[in-house]
Design a protein around this ligand. Structure first.
Ligand code: PMV
Length: 333
């Protein structure tokens, strides 16, 4: 038997960083997917074939008379530890230790803040649990994905595997998730090509907060209010066009506040402004910042915005919110 499953990437629409201070956040699944094919093997081992996992390429630095090559094999190895942990967890749940071979291909760049690790964990759990004949709901698979993150990373809010497993929009506050009604958001994600360290950026914001709470606290409060306002627009029955315009305005305000916290970079801001100039109705950082990705809301002109992002030196990905989370694509006998 062979099972092919896929799970989507995520973006944080509103509320990154302020969420660390107990404020709410909204995240959504997007139509970039990781595909995992699973089948039993006869030697009892776990075998992982990473066919294409979108690890960013090689960095070459030149000094006086030496050339340094750095590659991101560390990142690839990290992805594989999520896959291995996911398989072991499912084998534990099934109470069987049969050998499993998984083969992975992905549209989601690794280390870009788009939840590639959660997507690979969720797709692996989906494919392997079906292979073992376990009947798990997508919610249950999201919870197992959270356990994988805890085992691999030590700490995690669980927002990434939850969004990846159940799809659509999620409102998150102090550990509680709520599925928001679906709406179409025509977006363009712009990848800077480098990744920021979420851990270091969170620590940097914390330091500024501790040094001048009277300045930083009002910014975080405003970010929390942006999220509540965005939720109001998402669930309102206002005309679609009006809702998009209002969400775009909130994105721009949220970006300004993230910039004020110090998590933007020259490249991120250039991509944000390039997208706005090309007609996006809103553009902001998504995720921790310091590199990684921005996203733009572009109902009329996704391809113009994508071109502007390319010209500004980023990699555009035209995508939509994915209503579906984990999907079983194919089951072959
Ligand atoms: O790097 P990402 O996309 O996983 O986003 C991190 C979001 C933060 O709010 C900055 C950190 C967190 O733990 O919520």
């Amino acid at each position: 038997m062979r099972v092919l499953a896929s799970a989507p990437a995520k973006i944080i629409l509103f509320g990154e960083h302020s969420v660390v201070y107990g404020k709410p956040a909204i995240a959504a699944a997007i139509d970039l997917r990781t595909y995992v094919r699973a089948e039993f093997n006869s030697n009892g081992a776990i075998k992982i074939e990473a066919k294409d996992i979108r690890v960013p390429g090689l960095t070459v630095s030149f000094s006086e008379d030496e050339i340094y090559f750095e590659s991101d094999y560390g990142k690839a190895a990290e992805v594989l530890s999520y896959v291995r942990q996911a398989i072991e967890l499912v084998r534990e749940e099934a109470g069987k230790d049969k050998g499993v071979t998984v083969s992975i291909t992905s549209q989601i760049p690794v280390g870009a803040g788009l939840g590639s690790s959660a997507a690979v964990a969720v797709a692996t759990i989906g494919a392997v649990s079906r292979l073992f004949g376990l009947e798990l709901t997508n919610e249950e698979i999201g919870k197992l994905g959270h356990r994988v993150e805890l085992l691999v990373q030590g700490a995690s809010s669980g927002i990434d595997p939850t969004v990846s497993a159940i799809g659509g929009f999620i409102h998150y506050e102090k550990g509680n998730f709520e599925h928001l009604p679906f709406m179409e958001l025509p977006i363009v994600v712009g990848y800077t090509g480098s990744s920021g360290s979420t851990k270091e950026l969170v620590a940097m914001v914390r330091k500024t907060y501790e040094e001048m709470p009277e300045v930083i606290d009002p910014l975080l409060v405003a970010m929390g209010k942006i999220v509540e306002k965005a939720k109001e627009f998402i669930i309102s029955d206002l005309d679609e066009e009006l809702r998009l315009v209002q969400l775009g305005r909130l994105m721009n305000i949220n970006h300004g506040l993230l910039d004020a916290l110090g998590v933007s970079t020259k490249k991120l801001s250039e991509l944000v402004y390039a997208a706005r100039v090309a007609g996006a109705i809103g553009a902001k950082i998504t995720g921790a910042g310091g590199g990684g990705c921005m996203y733009a809301l572009a109902p009329e002109n996704q391809s113009e915005v994508a071109t502007a992002i390319t010209i500004a030196g980023g990699t555009p990905m035209i995508t939509r919110i994915s209503r579906e989370g984990l999907r079983i694509e194919e089951v072959l006998p």
